[in-house]
Write a protein that binds this ligand. Sequence first.
Ligand code: GCW
Length: 611
Amino acid sequence: MHLNWLRSFPALPDRQDPDLTPSALARAELESAFPGWDLTLTLSPGMGDTWVYDRIGRSVILTGGETGLLYGAYALIRAGLAGRALPEHLESAPAYGLRMIDCWDNLDGSIERGYAGRSLFFEGGRFAYDPARVRHVARMMASVGLNVLCVNNVNVRQPAQSLMDGLLPDLSALADLFRPFGVRLMISVDFSAPLGCGVGSADPLSPEVRQWWAEAADRIYAEVPDLAGFLVKADSEGQPGPHTYGRTHAEGANMLAEALRPHGGTVVWRCFVYNCKQDWRDKGTDRPMAAYDTYKPLDGQFAENVILQVKNGPFDFQVREPLSPLLLGMSRTPLGLEVQLAQEYTGQQIDLYTMATLWKEIMADLPAGNIRAMAAVSNLGRDENYFGHPLAAVNLFTFGRLCWDPAGYDPEAAVTEWIRLSYGFTGAEENALRGWMLRSREIYEKYTAPLGLCWMVNPHTHYGPNPWGYEFDLWGTYNRADRQAVGIDRTGAGTGYTLQYPPALRERYENPQTCPDGLKLFFHRMAYDAVMADGRTLIQRIYDDHFEGAREAEAMRDALKALPFPAPDRQVIAERADRQAENAREWRDVVNTFFRRLSGADDARGRRIYD
Ligand code: GCW
């Protein structure tokens, strides 16, 4: 059965032969989408992912590289099926070479932070999958230009298995399924893997260790010659890394890069490094500063086939964070941007949270410069609809559109295309759904932690309100609310975090007048009676947002229930909208009561805040 935005696509041409190439698939896809058209596909291998298209009436000439033809075909199919007029001439090339989905799937079949069921790829310590569903995922990815899938969790639980020992033939068979769609696999590896395999060390400068990695890479590439490379989480939240041996992250990453170089592989090295054993009494350590402090001094020291992958915000995928200053501070190092489609802190695929507008905001501050890769933590799982919440599919779709063409990316147009392909809505129905989807992020933001304060969630599960759940903990996640004020001063006069930014952004955030309201409590410690730009006090703004957010979640629930979604999406959307409205109500009351008890301030509009 076809699901998500592939619903409107023709049946997938049933050509599973191992020699099916992306360009042959492109032809088959076009023939079934536009029967009776006169198609000329010209393969120009040097063009890679790039494509050029010309059309006169029903006569189409598409030229491109092996994958370029496929992306060109899907661009035309998407436009045609979404009812957009096909232009007479178009050419297109992706902005970034690696456009990745990172799965946090464990070999036992569980998914870390997965909200759409169990793993699509693993069960019981080995590969276990339905090839038809894997091809569906591959087709979804290719249809929006995504080209790499990292198949296992960056928290590698069983070091010996991180290199897929004993599982390489299965990895190879999985790669065969993805290959016609132009998607290459990547694997997460454990930096200490040599230790578990009889080498007495994992020191990146040890010749024996280097030799071990070179041989490991040879073994893997013998089975999967086009593996995209290794993804690494090192010295982060308990994962081993080069710091154990007194080595830098450049030394660690470069060792792996050396092992991958003969095979054309890339090391994607995550920068999610901070002290996760902080004492809450310690006010001299400010977690958002950690990644920049660790990596900035290493700028320019990384091998050519290393990409540093940086989370979009300096904390951890919170509802609203400023852009990580590390993305702006490494001018001599290739970078990748990492976002999280899995809705860990953003409603867990129960609450509707469309990221289409978030992508635009992130890109607004990001210079094109040395970004080479875009990566998104996967929101996929074994649920029938792949995403848990059927509307969460839009996040993978728009992420793909963004990676291909960040300059031309328009959230409204991307969501419209997704709605048409997924549900065929037009007119008032299309407008209603698009309106709620585009507003859903703001609604969620209003009823959860206020104005960039972050972290007011239940510990560990990260769903539901708990204002001090992380206040006296080890994770560097404090709001320091007291009876007068809330937040941490991260300006030059405070922790100094703003000093990590280039001048224009530094000035914008330093000054409470120019700091955007949505980030006020990220950057500033504010008194409850401080007056905001629109004349409201901070405490009144917090109350207003929470009352409004919960009310809007109810209105959205009613509106979604009134739309003619097909089964089974209709039932799932209704059931999740009910749970969201309940969650929003709980957030509203817990946050309002928390601040009411501390501040003693009444709601100026006399609404009910519980004692
Ligand atoms: O936010 C944290 C998550 C962890 C995750 C980590 C990371 C994979 O809670 O589950 O581990 O981020 O990004 O490495």
